[in-house]
Design a protein around this ligand. Structure first.
Ligand SMILES: [Zn+2]
Length: 465
């Protein structure tokens, strides 16, 4: 037990009988987040391309992902301390500070590979906007005490290790690197728990800890890449860390972006023996089909910038949500007719799977009306209406409003995706696991049948294009 005052944190959940599917409620000091849910990504304290007034119109933004380097780059953490402000108070203007949301501080950037090493068991290094930031237990704890996020995920060593094909020598080498990353990441956890138990912590942190500071909920990081053995090993250590300290409230299952989509369930199997009251966050992995697969495997929160990245590459999400109608259709089987996944706004002519080529602006407009008429997002319902034709025009005239409107739409669509999933989990019909599996297959089929070129993304995303 740690004697430090902890920030309020509570996770209640229930599991659908006969499956691993969970629904729950994460209660922090500042918001209540029903799960499964999206952690909305931020850059430098703002949701990319989304203004504060629009953020207020996206009430599902109840947990926001804050990047560790965004705090250190500009010395924000020190400035916050000198102004006696928490990260929420410092980053958000008054209107947003009133919105009930929680900050989730993490080191891994969900949109890029920012962990650069060297990881030597004592410290890890990440690429920030102004250079390399080295993180050890002291600097990590100083930053989280200064900034007071609701949740802080622990430092990790997250190398990109490709799965070799038919090359036993390369596989041996890759597995060695994966095991090393598992042990180093657990090592950081051990060091941090040791420090928070140390009665001399205030001196060790050199004044960074004041009597009013409380310890955020700590989330350990569970690595292991594509190796099921390494995942099993990591799960044991994550459970051990929980036994060592009640400050550990969750775990971040990372590195799933390096796993082939068809292997995700197998790689997640070892997490079945994770301590069940830990909140399980999936980091980076963001396609809707893989998210549904992860939900089937008992995951709770999703830290991804996928909807924003798609918007930045000129795509609008239109994949089907799990409505009553779709649920009923899936009870009969996965539909064989083509299902659209995205609109490629940038193409001069675009073709949806089941429609002829669209050639005129008028037709574009009619086409978009058909697809987006039901969308209630702040972009599609604005007086100027973000029709496909309008966004297409903005992209081709290099107007930056194109990415603004499509980000708003995509974020809203992703949040609606989770809302519908939660509703269906709550209904808890006996065929729920079968339907979710079929839904995941439908989404994967829709996604892979449309060519999506995400040229801004790192290599790890290529597997999912
Ligand atoms: Zn919309």
């Amino acid at each position: 037990m740690t004697s430090l005052a902890q920030m309020p944190f509570q996770f209640t959940y229930s599991t659908v009988p006969g499956s691993c599917i969970r629904s729950g409620l994460v209660k922090t000091a500042t918001s209540e987040v029903p799960t499964p849910a999206l952690i909305v990504p931020m850059t430098k304290g703002v949701i990319p391309h989304v203004t504060y007034d629009i953020q207020l119109k996206l009430p599902e933004s109840k947990m926001l992902g804050l990047l560790y380097t965004d705090l250190c780059d500009l010395d924000y953490d020190r400035i916050m301390r000198s102004q006696n402000k928490t990260a929420r108070e410092f980053l958000f203007p008054e209107i947003i500070a009133q919105q009930p949301n929680s900050l989730f501080l993490r080191i891994r950037d969900p949109s890029t590979t920012n962990i650069v090493g060297p990881a030597n068991g004592k410290q890890t290094a990440v690429q920030g906007g102004t250079g390399k930031v080295r993180i050890d237990s002291t600097s990590f704890l100083s930053t989280i005490f200064r900034t007071q996020p609701c949740i802080a995920s622990l430092p990790c060593d997250e190398p990109i290790v490709e799965e070799p094909v038919n090359d036993p020598e390369a596989e041996k080498k890759a597995l060695k690197r994966i095991r090393k990353s598992v042990m180093q990441t657990i090592g950081y956890g051990d060091q941090i728990i040791e420090m928070i138990k140390n009665p001399k912590l205030p001196e060790l942190l050199n004044g960074a800890l004041t009597p009013s500071d409380r310890l955020p909920a700590l989330f350990s990081v569970l690595e292991g890449g594509w190796s099921i053995d390494s995942r099993e090993h990591a799960v044991k250590h994550v459970n051990r860390l929980c036994d060592l300290s009640d400050a550990i409230k969750g775990t971040v299952v990372s590195g799933l972006d390096q796993v082939k989509p068809e292997n995700i369930s197998a790689v997640l199997a070892p997490t079945k023996v994770l301590k069940s009251d830990l909140v399980r966050v999936v980091s980076v992995l963001g396609t809707p089909d893989s998210i549904v697969t992860c939900i089937l495997n008992g995951m709770d929160l999703f830290d991804t910038s996928y909807p924003i990245q798609l918007a930045e590459c000129g795509y609008g999400l239109v994949f089907p949500l799990l409505t009553d109608a779709l649920y009923a259709a899936l009870q009969v089987g996965v539909p064989s007719y083509p299902i659209p996944f995205v609109i490629n706004f940038s193409l001069p002519q675009f073709q949806l799977q089941n429609t002829p080529f669209v050639t005129t602006a008028k037709q574009l407009f009619e086409e978009s009306a058909e697809l987006l008429q039901d969308c209630t997002c702040p972009a599609c319902t604005a007086p100027t209406g973000a029709s496909t034709a309008y966004i297409h025009h903005l992209i081709n005239t290099h107007e930056m409003n194109a990415v603004v409107l499509s980000s708003i739409h995509n974020l809203h669509h992703y949040q609606a995706f989770f809302t519908h999933l939660r509703a269906k989990i709550a209904e808890n019909k006996p065929d729920l696991p079968t339907i979710l599996l079929a839904y995941s297959q439908l989404l994967q089929k829709a996604r892979t049948s449309q060519e999506i070129v995400m040229n801004k993304l790192g290599k790890e995303y290529k597997n999912f294009e």
